[in-house]
Design a protein around this ligand. Structure first.
Ligand code: IPE
Ligand code: IPE
Ligand code: MG
Length: 236
């Protein structure tokens, strides 16, 4: 029984501000990423508490590959560690793990860990946790367009048959409902190439706190804010 009726079915989060959190404490940036991993567990728990079905976390963008090599390496190492350490929690919390993004760009070790955990948690049903890794909204849309164009060129698809439903079925999120609520931490008012197609009608909540400080109560407060919104979808 969801303790919070009318909870969003799908929450997407741009987990931002790890670096600034660390800098303000005189720590290296990777300490901010490490602390941010703790927020992930609390927020996933809070989502289950609120009756949310899907939580998508922006963990690494297509553009983040352009950061200094040392930071990219540290982030991939932390991701591996997160996958190894949290793997048991996912079983205990009954969480199914999915990943979207250009996963072939990830190190082979990371891909292997992801594949193993996704297979093992495929039957879990309390929450679907979607990690956006090496993810870019434009890249995802281009890839969907390319797949439709290939079918059209092969003569198996009439261009006139392409509509929004068919287009969405070629996105990596085809089996996932669109986010109802988009949260960005650290106060930045931008989307940074996240889920461009899917957030068309998402309610947006910007939180000033840095991601490592965003915990259970902050998630619940964002859900309450969502519940106060009046979604109109272009109608009255
Ligand atoms: C978010 O924190 C995590 C990633 C983008 C990987 P940042 O690393 O962007 O931290 P800030 O925004 O520089 O503080
Ligand atoms: C967005 O944060 C990407 C992730 C949270 C993974 P960034 O820190 O990369 O975005 P910008 O550079 O502030 O737009
Ligand atoms: Mg940032």
């Amino acid at each position: 029984m969801p303790a919070y009726p009318d909870s969003p079915r799908h929450i997407a989060v741009i987990m931002d501000g790890n670096g600034r959190w660390a800098r303000e404490r005189g720590l290296p940036r990777r300490e901010g990423h490490r602390a941010g991993a703790e927020s992930v567990r609390e927020v996933a728990d809070a989502c289950i508490e609120c009756g949310v079905d899907y939580l998508t976390l922006f963990a690494f963008s297509s553009e983040n590959w352009n950061r200094p090599a040392a930071e990219v390496t540290a982030l991939m190492g932390l991701l591996d560690r997160f996958l190894v350490e949290k793997s048991k929690d996912l079983d205990q919390q009954n969480i199914r793990l999915l990943a979207i993004g250009q996963l072939d760009r990830l190190p082979a070790k990371t891909r292997g860990l992801l594949d193993k955990i996704m297979t093992r948690t495929a039957h879990h049903s309390a929450l679907t946790l979607v990690l956006a890794l090496s993810y870019g909204g434009r890249e995802e849309i281009v890839s969907a367009a390319r797949s439709l164009a290939a079918d059209a060129a092969a003569g198996t698809l009439a261009p006139a048959a392409i509509d929004a439903t068919l287009f969405a079925s070629r996105l990596q999120t085809a089996a996932i409902p669109d986010p109802d609520l988009l949260i960005r931490t650290s106060g930045e008012m931008r989307v940074s190439n996240f889920l461009l197609w899917q957030i068309s009608y998402a309610e947006i909540v910007i939180v000033r706190k840095y991601w490592p400080d965003f915990r259970r109560n902050d998630l619940i407060e964002a859900v309450r804010e969502y519940q106060r919104r009046h979604r109109r979808f272009g109608t009255l």
